[in-house]
Design a protein around this ligand. Structure first.
Ligand SMILES: Cc1cc2nc3c(=O)[nH]c(=O)nc-3n(C[C@H](O)[C@H](O)[C@H](O)COP(=O)(O)O)c2cc1C
Length: 372
């Protein structure tokens, strides 16, 4: 029952959807890192529900840093952050009806019915606010090192956004990625974003939900970071990203396309300018490998795609089992749910990826490196 992740850095999360609070403890951060609480607020706002396309459960996410930060800087001791739950409505949930697609049955099997089932308990997306709060400290650290993490909604309800290629060719790509990070609905092409949101609302009116694909870029990471085999960049990013509820698949670089192309198309050829005089000036002519070879960064942007399933709690009548009577029965879920969660999960993916990259950097250079 491990709720902790990481090597040099550790992230522990706790709390339930309708308990008094959720929270996270981040250990291993170097002393002396400046903490910008407004940045944490901004990132929490990106995960928070907004408008008709999200749940109407609105939480203020007024976090409190309990330890590990003194006079605005990290002390080097565990950073504990809590976020109170204020807007709960437990009467909407019924313990005896298993919600299809949710973790009600699997949690019951594991915890023998002792789990806090209200609002999905620990399996609720609510807990991801704690991940965002703690890991946005890692995002701040990376920004200082000119490493930018950004995700966009590559696909939602069958509508496809432009891809990162269109941004990377531009001189001001760093500003564009920053702009993307500040969008509540993170798409490169806003017209496509409008269409996606219309499809989300349509699904909602049909008492249904939709999923999609996020594409994430980690820009500015030098070559040589990562480990071969068990702790490869792909392994640890996947491990972290799969911890986010509703994530069902992840692929790096060309991903599943690799199964359909030849080696001559798949290989990324190293290139170097005629004027170059250092080996770290090597780049690659393409980036099918998503910036990773042998589990280690190759200096190209790290690129991966994450599949988010449609929100399980839908208002349509569904078949389920009543665990009290052990009878098959109809279920009509009431209460407040997201008709899509992809736009909210994008920030959780960015935040937890920032944690993983900080952890890799700390492993290579020591945790004090995070401060410089
Ligand atoms: C930010 C966020 C919000 C979520 N909102 C809901 C929701 O409103 N209703 C729901 O049924 N599931 C929601 N989920 C998804 C469930 O938590 C998730 O599907 C469930 O725990 C089962 O886990 P699995 O889908 O990974 O198997 C949300 C997830 C996240 C990350």
């Amino acid at each position: 029952m491990k709720n902790t992740f990481g090597n040099s850095l550790n992230l522990t999360i706790f709390g339930e959807s309708h308990g008094p609070a959720i929270g996270a403890v981040l250990t291993g951060m170097a002393p002396g890192i400046k903490i910008d609480e407004d940045f944490i607020k901004m990132r929490l706002a990106m995960r928070a529900p907004h408008g008709q396309i999200s749940t109407s459960r609105k939480e203020k996410d007024q976090f409190q840093i309990l330890s590990g930060v003194f006079e605005g800087k990290t002390t080097g001791t565990p950073i504990a952050i809590i976020i109170p739950n204020k807007n709960t409505r437990s009467k909407d949930y019924q313990k005896e009806y298993l919600r299809p697609g949710h973790a009600d049955y699997s949690a019951y099997a594991k915890y023998h019915g002792f789990q806090d089932w209200r609002g999905g308990g620990q399996f609720s997306g609510r807990v991801t606010a704690a991940i965002v709060a703690a890991c946005s400290i890692c995002e701040q650290v990376l920004q200082e090192k000119n490493i930018i993490i950004a995700s966009h909604i590559k696909e939602c309800a069958g509508i496809v956004d432009s891809d990162f290629e269109t941004i990377l060719g531009q001189e001001n790509h760093a500003d564009i990625l920053e702009e993307l990070n500040n969008k509540q609905f993170a798409v490169i092409d806003d017209a496509k974003g409008e269409k996606m949101q219309a499809e989300i609302l349509k699904a909602k009116s049909q008492k249904d939900s939709v999923g999609g694909i996020l594409e994430t870029i980690i820009f500015g990471l030098e070559a040589g970071i990562g480990e071969p085999y068990f702790d490869s960049i792909e392994s640890l990013l996947s491990h972290a990203v799969f911890s986010i509820p509703a994530v069902k698949a992840i692929a790096f670089g060309a991903g599943f396309q690799f199964a359909r192309i030849k080696g001559s198309e798949a290989n990324d050829s190293p290139t170097i300018d005629a004027s170059a005089d250092r080996i770290d000036q090597i780049k690659f002519a393409s980036n099918n490998n998503g910036g990773i070879n042998g589990g280690i960064s190759n200096g190209m942007p790290i690129l991966f795609s994450t599949v988010i399933k449609p929100t399980p709690s839908i208002a349509q009548k569904q078949k389920t089992v009543n665990i009290k009577t052990l009878e098959t029965t109809d279920l009509e879920i009431v209460g407040r749910h997201d008709p899509a969660i992809i736009h909210r999960i994008r920030q959780v993916v960015n935040s937890i990826s920032a944690f993983v990259i900080c952890d890799f950097l700390a492993l290579r250079y020591g945790t004090d490196y995070l401060k410089n």
